[in-house]
Design a protein around this ligand. Sequence first.
Ligand code: PLP
Length: 356
Amino acid sequence: MTSVPKLFIPGPVSVHPEIAKAMAKPMIGHRTPEFSELFRDVVSGVQEVLQTENHIYLSTSSATGLMEAAVRNTVKKRALNLVCGAFSLRWHHITDACGFDSDAVGVDWGKALKPENVKMALDEADYDVVTIVHNETSTGVMNPLGEIVKTIRENSDALILVDTVSSMSGVNIPVDDWGIDIALASVQKAWGLPPGFAVMSISDRAIERSKDQPNKGYYFDFEVFEKYYAREQTPSTPSIPHMYALKRQAERIREEGLLNRFERHKTMAKMTRNWAENRGFELFSEAPYHSDTLTCINNNLEIDVADLSKKLLEKSYRISNGYGPLKGKAFRIAHMADTQPEDLQELLNTIDEILG
Ligand code: PLP
């Protein structure tokens, strides 16, 4: 391998030089006025992207840390884990590992969760929390989140915890309009930063719920987050380079225009789907619930996915094999963050050259 490959995997993604440059800025103390200014800028940047007035927590962890935090701070008696692939199933594993009762209710891999699935599940038992993934990275399905949240709101008082890990900032998620209690993401996906940091929006009712929760631990106790939020600080020393980068990325999103950014992701998704279907491949995700940030392509033509990946790597591109049981049976092309349609076209042309 002669150079660092361009990443078309669903995270980490290639980092734009301006983001890398922002991360290298001189260090500041995390209990200083200059830090609070940075904190404000980062919080307002995330609030703009999510169109929310909710508080934004900044976590020096990956998204899984915040998923565990969300569960520990909100589940009282029983959670409903809506499952449509590996990452939505992770919510169930976390709920179970934290010692709470929960039911995993779902659809087959490749299918999307629909409001009717959710309504049926809610009719079966009383839940104080519902978890869901917006964009299921293992299958390329983007669930109809707005409709699902509406159905939950109409049928239950459960808090709604949403993994928006591979969609936040690439797809429109109007948190306040829809009424999402917790929307969380790590930054190495559509945000386009290096891994090691995660962000989350939290509603007032989720903050309230956290106050009565026993056994939350300390690092991820939302009451502690709230205390420091009021001071425009984080509870412990955060990754300040990531905060510089998030601030810069929020500015870059403003420069591009939030809606233009969402449109760019849609355009790249369409390009990838058209390319796949024109070559005779099928999409693994059920229509019309295809993701805007990554495409999971069914290997119905039975190509050698490992060999394709190897040959692409020789040309300095990296794509993803199918996730877990889908290895060899599907492959995934991510098109998110700072990837431009021209970069994607280059990759698709290169795949064409290799496949012949
Ligand atoms: N949820 C989804 C949808 C993901 O795609 C991933 C990682 O790929 C995760 C959760 C886990 O994120 P992290 O590795 O940042 O903890």
